[in-house]
Design a protein around this ligand. Sequence first.
Ligand SMILES: C[S@@+](CC[C@H](N)C(=O)[O-])C[C@H]1O[C@@H](n2cnc3c(N)ncnc32)[C@H](O)[C@@H]1O
Length: 247
Amino acid sequence: MSHSRRKRLLAYSLVGPCLVFASCQAPQTASSTVGTVAAEVSARPGINDEFLKPSLNLTQWVERFEREGREIFTEREKIAAAAKVQSGMAVADVGAGTGLFIPLLSQAAGPKGKVYAVDIAKDFLAHIDQRAAAAGLNNVKTVLCTERSVELPPNSIDLAFICDTYHHFEYPRSTMASLHRALRPGGAVVLVEFKRIQGKSSDWVMDHVRAGQEVFTAEIEAAGFKQAEQIDFLKDNYILRFKKVKL
Ligand SMILES: C[S@@+](CC[C@H](N)C(=O)[O-])C[C@H]1O[C@@H](n2cnc3c(N)ncnc32)[C@H](O)[C@@H]1O
């Protein structure tokens, strides 16, 4: 065997298996990151523990979320109107909780529209199913999602409504990436969040909500959205509308 042929064979015996290994590994790595952002760590470990208890005390949560004095509840009609849901739209209420907004979104989307009540807590979803059936809200569908993905098909919704929930996302980059895929071109995200201002907000808000408006806006824009509107009529909360843009 010539010297140059021996060199080529030696090179193949060293590099060949690496190429085979690489070609076997690449698709696996790619598919394992679909739907998630690789290596994202929890932004707030344990924040949802109380919602994920084996038996949720629904009465307690209905009383907590649907009481006068909670600005989100008192102003729910104006907040829902600010989301500008049009008849025929497919809307996801991400972090739907006890379903406070479901009747309002359902009415706005109308019989040709669809409202997905999306949550990680199955007991909340069972409650929403009962509530929607009792009220004859035929365009409502509950979706059990995960802490990293909204579990909606690609290009399936026109609007995502996220109220008092973004700060509960343990994996906001993964969740927002899944939402970006679920939104149709031109789709929008409406964010309702606590104002978190040092020296003004309560100690509870400062402790419970991990960041303020600037940080959340930067995170959402980094996920492929552009702020399009700020709607100011609330005292304790702000409302922002983002448009989906290409990543
Ligand atoms: C404070 S509650 C707000 C409920 C409702 N939006 C309201 O304003 O009355 C937060 C909700 O977000 C849900 N949640 C937390 N992380 C979530 C995630 N990654 N995806 C979807 N829902 C989530 C919780 O289970 C809970 O129902």
